[in-house]
Design a protein around this ligand. Structure first.
Ligand SMILES: *Cc1c(COP(=O)(O)O)cnc(C)c1O
Length: 382
């Protein structure tokens, strides 16, 4: 039956950007203003995000990866240092560690949430540990309070990869507003809030060093340089600024963020309910405090189910193949049983704000059918 019904357009994609309509005019206005680099619109966007999070200062950057890279440099991470990090994440979490000359120390995850816990961190601490990089997988806040004193004693910095978690909360505190923790958001194409490409760092302390790191090591602001005959290059720096044009998109998106929050929570809740009726395990989350980034299930015969659904035009995906098994990171491989088992079972269902509740029903019906079909195939092969 599924073969004969046209696949709804929205379920063909696993994820896609969601625009509200006013972004095009905002981009055009920013282009015609004639300043494409970091500028006044970027700074307005920073102020708006700081207000949204309830923090004093944030640093707009060119991507989530750049936010992580700058956060690590700002924490003084360099050669010889170890950074505790889950393997179960996008490669963008790991590469900035290597870019600093430091070493990733891969740790396992809680199979219920696919995030690291205080226990994983404690077990992995060594005298060389200088940072812990929890990944807020799917938007879930990671609570390391049980280990915070221990981390402080050893001068270990917590840098959150909150690429999935803009708008989520740690208890009552917004992700990004926890004192003593650096938080990195991505505003890439498919994230909760998009700048087309972009990112944001909430620094642990003063933002001055992070601002210098994003601008080639230059101390003076763009505005100061425009009227001066010289500037000072004070140290190492990257080209990591966020342009006015990208920030203009972000400002529009931030205005509409409450709608996006509502849609994502509604879709996830609909998925969780429908998946329960077909007996499929969904990776759980606290929907009260989490803006869900995706809907991830655990299934047997995952590769077959994935292929069948892809063949039927449904945009399923896998987030993510584990990093400790990647060729580039082979020298830091260690056995991670929960991550390895999870890697064979997880499947991300289509999830983005253009979907409707009936699209969710369509996907869940197709998944139920695929699970039946692959089970009978397996019988036949036996
Ligand atoms: C998207 C993402 C990043 C990187 O963000 P970019 O803006 O694409 O550089 C990092 N970590 C995770 C988990 C992500 O999903």
């Amino acid at each position: 039956m599924i073969m004969t019904v046209a696949v709804p357009a929205a379920v063909r994609r696993n994820a896609q950007p969601f625009l509200h309509g006013e972004e095009s005019a905002a981009v055009t206005a920013a282009m015609h203003a004639g300043q494409y680099g970091h500028g006044e619109i970027t700074e307005r966007f920073e102020d708006a995000v700081a207000r949204f999070l309830g923090v004093d200062e944030v640093v707009a950057v060119s991507s989530g990866t750049m936010a992580l890279h700058i956060a690590l440099l700002d924490a003084g991470i360099g050669p010889g240092d170890e950074v505790i990090v889950p393997s179960q994440t996008f490669a963008a979490t790991i590469q900035p560690i290597l870019a600093c000359g430091a070493t990733p120390r891969f740790v396992d995850i809680d199979p219920a949430t696919l995030t690291i816990t205080a226990r994983h961190v404690l077990d992995a601490l060594t005298p060389a540990t200088r940072a812990v990089l929890p990944v807020l997988y799917g938007g879930r806040a990671v609570d390391l309070t049980d280990v915070q004193d221990e981390l402080d004693r050893h001068a270990v910095t917590v840098i959150e990869d909150a690429a999935h978690a803009f708008g989520s909360r740690h208890g009552d505190v917004p992700v990004g507003a926890r004192p003593g923790v650096a938080t990195c958001f991505s505003f890439g194409p498919i994230k909760h809030l998009t700048c087309l490409e972009g990112g944001m760092l909430v620094p642990r302390g003063s933002a001055a060093n992070a601002r210098r790191l994003r601008l080639l090591g230059i101390t003076q602001s763009q505005a100061q340089r425009a009227t001066a005959t010289s500037y000072a290059v004070d140290g190492y720096g990257l080209r990591g600024t966020l342009s006015n044009v990208h920030a203009a998109v972000g400002l529009v998106q931030l205005d509409h963020f409450p709608e996006i929050t509502h849609i994502r929570k509604t879709l996830w809740t609909a998925y969780a309910g429908a998946l329960r009726t077909i007996g499929v395990t969904v990776i759980d989350l606290d929907v009260e405090r989490t803006v869900p980034f995706h809907c991830v299930v655990r299934v047997e015969r995952r590769d077959q189910v994935h292929r069948l659904l892809q063949d039927r035009g449904i945009g399923v995906g896998v987030h993510y193949p584990p990093n400790h098994q990647q060729p580039a990171f082979a020298q830091w491989h260690c056995p991670l049983p929960a991550t390895e088992q999870t890697a064979e079972e997880i499947l991300s269902l289509p999830f983005h704000p253009a979907m409707s509740i009936s699209d969710v029903g369509y996907v869940v019906d197709a998944l139920a059918q695929a699970l039946t079909d692959t089970a009978s195939n397996t019988e036949a092969i036996r």
